[in-house]
Design a protein around this ligand. Structure first.
Ligand SMILES: Cc1ncc(COP(=O)(O)O)c(C=O)c1O
Length: 393
């Protein structure tokens, strides 16, 4: 088994970091679909169970395929530890339940994925964890919302679906000055285009369901961070509560990491071409993509990101009726909420991903009825543009 070399680039890390042990000489990683592991003697079982000897016990705790994915993702994010989970939401839940307790407060960006907003507002609130919502680009609002009880700052950047950019280094400094931690949901850019831990963040969240898979096949998630709070606390929660990743899904994600660097660059090239074309369409009032020079977060994005990713959104003049008409008229784009797929997906955020968020919260997050999100896939971009041109016409 090789681990990895600090000098490797992202493509090499994705392909080679922590190559799994080759039990049968196989070149491609094996899958270990087993619920438990067997021991030669009772004494060996006791030692492994007690953590006094290395080895696997039960796949809710550890599994070699899952560990292969965790180690490689940790290497790519620059983290000491990674815990894989059954979904992205399970990753956020595990981080919060492992590191927060009743009476603690969270300050979170208003522009989070809808289910994350619901998790903080409707689930964690029942356990005495209070969340204050702020605009992600307003550092003064974050500062004003912090109290002595604040333990966690939570942000997605660039945000979904408006591509707003939060200053990760400034938020990390602010959190640490108040004894709190910063978690960054990095699923839109992946470590290939942004490494939040290197900018000072404490935790990285992934919905592996998105680009890490890359072909829309499996649900999964991950928390990456330090050896104590992720390697011990989040791992301990996951092992006890059980939102573990399945070995098959881990294998799909491990294979996904091997092409991640290549795919992220291709998604981005397509998204940039589409964003520039959309800007020229008279029926479109505004295009949101941090790669555009006109985007308010562009300068910051250039400083902290290595690229702008594959997701953009735009506002159609005419509200929901026009947005739905456009979406229904596409033939190539898939009408689905997922993103990070080889196939271009088109979504109406106000009635899907953010449909269960209150209308007031949606309005505060800037998600209007005419907004359409496109997660640009890996088709020839001329064909995606032709599809949208026909739908617009
Ligand atoms: C930014 C972001 N974070 C987290 C999630 C949740 O991930 P999952 O669907 O894997 O639970 C999503 C899902 O769409 C997302 O877009």
């Amino acid at each position: 088994m090789t681990d990895f070399d600090e000098s490797w680039g992202f493509a090499t890390l994705g392909v080679r970091a922590f190559e799994p042990a080759r039990g049968s000489g196989e070149h491609s990683a094996a899958i270990h679909p087993t619920s438990s592991f067997v021991f030669k003697t009772a004494a060996e079982a006791a030692a492994v169970f007690a953590g006094e000897a290395p080895g696997n016990v039960y796949s809710r705790f550890t599994n070699p395929t899952v560990q292969g994915f965790e180690q490689r993702l940790a290497a790519m994010e620059g983290g000491a530890a990674c815990v894989a989970t059954a979904s992205g939401m399970a990753a956020i839940l595990s981080l919060c339940l492992a590191t927060l307790r009743s009476g603690d407060e969270v300050v979170a960006s208003r522009s989070l994925f809808g289910a994350t907003v619901n998790l903080f507002n409707n689930v964690l609130s029942r356990f005495g964890i209070v969340t204050t919502w702020v605009n992600l680009t307003e550092l003064d609002a974050w500062r004003a919302a912090i109290t002595p009880r604040t333990k966690l700052l939570f942000v997605e950047t660039p945000s979904n679906p408006l591509s707003e950019v939060a200053d990760i280094a400034a938020l990390a400094e602010l959190a640490h000055a108040h004894g709190a931690k910063l978690a960054v949901d990095n699923c839109f850019l992946t470590p290939v285009l942004q490494q939040p831990l290197k900018l000072g963040a404490d935790y990285v969240i992934h919905s592996a369901t998105k680009y890490l898979d890359g072909q829309g096949r499996c649900l999964g998630g991950a928390v990456v961070g330090d050896a104590q709070s992720v390697g011990k606390d989040v791992y301990g929660f996951m092992r006890t509560a059980g939102p573990s990743m399945s070995p098959f899904n881990a294998w799909v994600f491990l294979k996904g990491l091997e092409t991640l660097a290549l795919r992220m660059r291709a998604h981005e090239a397509n998204a940039m071409a589409l964003a520039r074309w959309l800007c020229e369409q008279p029926r479109i009032a505004r295009v949101h993509y941090s790669g555009l020079e006109s985007h308010p977060g562009h300068a910051l994005a250039c400083r902290q990101q290595r690229g702008f990713g594959g997701v953009l959104s735009f506002e159609l003049r005419g509200g929901r009726g026009e947005a739905w008409k456009l979406i229904d008229a596409t033939r190539l784009c898939s009408i689905t909420a997922n993103l990070g797929d080889t196939r271009t997906t088109i979504t109406h955020p106000a009635t899907t991903t953010h449909g269960r968020v209150t209308p007031e919260a949606r309005a505060a997050a800037g998600i209007g009825e005419g907004l359409v999100r496109v997660a640009v896939g890996l088709e020839d971009i001329e064909d995606v543009i032709a599809d949208l041109a026909r739908a617009l016409a």
